[in-house]
Design a protein around this ligand. Structure first.
Ligand code: EPU
Length: 320
């Protein structure tokens, strides 16, 4: 049996050969994955990994494709899309499969009168991907209400507590391991469903006003820059009129910085720095991954030479 046939024996028509990754990324960019599989159960993941192992094939696992830049050459291995998408609510405890959309969970919990996840209405991608990168926006982060996470580690299902996950700004232990997030539990609070729904609308409106939503992008491309010491703060103050909120948060908004560099609107081929928010590079039409990479390099070089700031990507590279 060919590898495709072996994979199809596990997931049926949810395995496709030479599948363009541009169909699965918010950037709408990316060459073909040699094999693409959508998995709906833990058993399916385990079996797919066994096949990958037997044939020494590379794998990469993803959820919503919202934070991925896949190379134009694609991925020479098995791309595994996590498609387990149920959630349960018991009292104030919420358990969501890794493939549940963060925004969907924000809406479902708000409608159930549970407080603590409304911020995630503006978060692209899935709960699993969100936990991996401790995604956040509008004052919330994945870690805030998280209790524990179920992962697949070395073929076994394990439960990891919040403490074991070592969360930081856009950081978690999962990012540095081969663990695959299967499900996540959150502890929320009782609230008023009407007020919570109004909060959802408010956050969606704020996002609409401050971020470009009409073109393909990976959300914020760079992490905000963390100011590591008082000396660093003083150094930056001589070069930049840092707003008070950034001084007290000890973090420079990458979007604000790119704006200061006068780079908004800069375009290389189809890749363009958004006019709306400097930390969004958008696919303005038929952009290639190479063009996005060139624009990333341009931004990083300018930030480093003009302000001595080393920007770090939030986006995950695949197949480079
Ligand atoms: N600003 C500008 N010009 C710009 C962009 C921003 O002047 O081009 C100013 C804004 O006016 C504001 C300040 O910079 O005064 C901060 O901007 P914003 O509120 O948009 O926040 P941010 O720090 O740039 C972070 C997250 C976003 C999240 C927003 C809203 C990171 C890297 N970014 O952006 O997350 O949606 O806050 O809470 O942490 C993402 O991670 O994909 C993402 C988009």
């Amino acid at each position: 049996m060919s590898i495709a046939q072996q994979l199809q024996a596990i997931v049926g028509t949810r395995c496709v050969e030479n599948e363009p990754m541009s169909k699965h990324t918010n950037f709408r960019i990316g060459g073909p994955a040699k094999w693409f599989v959508e998995v709906k159960t833990v058993e399916e993941i385990k079996k797919v990994l066994i096949i990958a192992n037997e044939h020494a094939l590379n794998t990469f696992v993803f959820g919503g494709g919202s934070n991925l830049l896949v190379s134009d050459q694609g991925f020479d291995g098995i791309a595994i899309k996590i498609a387990m998408r149920t959630h349960d609510i018991e009292g104030t405890r919420v358990r969501a499969d890794a493939g549940v959309l963060s925004s969907g969970l924000a809406r479902a919990t708000a409608h159930a009168g549970l407080k603590g996840l409304t911020w995630a209405i503006s978060l692209p991608g899935t709960v699993g991907g969100g936990v991996r990168g401790n995604a956040g926006c509008f004052g919330g982060e994945m870690k805030d209400r998280l209790v524990d996470v179920e992962v697949l580690r070395g073929g076994k299902v394990e439960r990891l507590t919040k403490e074991q996950l070592n969360f930081g700004y856009r950081e978690s232990a999962i990012k540095h391991s081969n663990d695959i997030v299967l499900s996540v539990s959150f502890e929320l609070e009782e609230g008023d469903a009407r007020e919570l729904k109004a909060e959802l609308d408010d956050k969606l409106m704020k996002r609409k006003l401050s971020q470009p939503l009409d073109a393909g992008s990976a959300g914020c491309l760079f992490k905000n820059y963390e100011i590591s010491s008082d000396e660093e703060l003083q150094r930056l103050e001589t070069k930049l009129d840092l707003p008070l909120e950034m001084q007290s948060a000890r973090r420079v908004s990458a979007g604000w910085l790119i704006d200061k560099l006068g780079l908004k609107g800069t375009q290389i081929g189809g890749a363009k720095i958004s006019e709306v928010h400097g930390n969004f590079v958008v696919n303005a039409g038929a952009a290639t991954a190479d063009e996005i990479v060139q624009l990333i390099a341009l931004i990083k070089t300018r930030a480093r030479t003009e302000f001595g700031i080393q920007l770090m990507e939030e986006v995950q590279y695949v197949g480079f």
